[in-house]
Design a protein around this ligand. Sequence first.
Ligand code: PLP
Length: 425
Amino acid sequence: MDLNQASQEQLQQWQTQLQQEFENFKTQGLQLDITRGKPSSEQLDLSNQLDGILAGHYNSSNGTDVRNYGGLDGLPEMKQLGADILSVPQERILVGGNSSLTLMFQAMMQAYFFGYAGPESAWQQQDNVKFLCPVPGYDRHFAICEHFGIEMLTVSMNEDGPDMDQVETLIKADPSIKGMWCVPKYSNPTGTVYSAATIERIAKLGQIAGEGFRVFWDNAYVLHDLNANAPALASIADYCQQHGTEDSVLQFASTSKVSFAGAGVAFMAASPNNLAAFKQTLSIASIGPDKVNQLRHAKLFPDLASLKAHMMKHADLLRPRFEVVLNRLEEAFGDNDLGQWQSAAGGYFVSFDTRPGLAKRVVDLAAEAGVKLTPAGATYPYGSDPQNSNIRIAPSVPTVDDVDLAMQVFVCAVKLASVEQALAA
Ligand code: PLP
């Protein structure tokens, strides 16, 4: 289907055919949802052993009775696991509750209201606080900034991570830029894995940024490879140590899409200064995390190797779903310019770009035919994609057959919207 060469007649003919196909989908009464990156119930079943795994033994490796209060920064065995996941020494880890997003929110709160280097360092002391947001990105990151009234500046994503020329130019010119969101491995939604060169440049931003600058390094998909020969991720902590910028990066991860999405364990890795400030505030907010759940996880995942083996079982369930998505896209758009996408080697998403101006129409058409997609614009700050072209596809939850059906509807919607646009031009 080459819209650039097509006559009006040909376009009208395609429109009629596509409308027919679309009406056929509508009569099927579909109710399919490829909106959010959640594990399927089959994936959740992989961790059902968590239930009852303690079998009445409630003591951690250092003898702590995990049923009681205390232990603000987590159990030693879980700190070790967090340290192995994020490639930092154990003493740099804080083990939290069930959500890394909550830790990120709290880390933002610390920076904004209380400061990591005393009250004078709190961002709220300034008139205007800005953050860099590589786009497309994760809607909940943007929601946190919006909630704090932090102005978001977008930077584009290249194949090896954020456009660092752009990032460095912006940061050098404006000391009110106080931070940057990064999802360094299998970025949500593009699946980008940051190169070592990009990671080193990010680690050096602390040398050129204004006071109090913090990179929020959300390594949510650090373990989520789809294949055994996964790309390696360089350690930002090592680069920070090398360049004397340890305070400028806060790292996060969790077992949300490893064990139970709503009942996992979250980790934060940070410099001694950052951890001390964060813990001071945390000690006001909490007497300690859910150590029972931490111990359950330590039993299920005694080391990184067991965790990686477990993730390969997830990969076996996810791979066919991603294959269906990529096959349908390749078949429909491999030889034309109606859409562009990135095929990730891990994570939870496929990021698709329609021709400019069509994402909203495609999402609406798909919804009309019973296929729910993430709202167009959600992958941009303030819900506003200037090109109106990016759509995030999350195929993990429906069955393989349902993902296939949803993708057939999606393809039809993209084609129909594209032909409508060409006819209107
Ligand atoms: N970070 C990213 C990039 C995500 O995509 C998600 C969930 O989709 C989260 C964080 C949420 O993590 P958690 O469940 O640990 O709060």
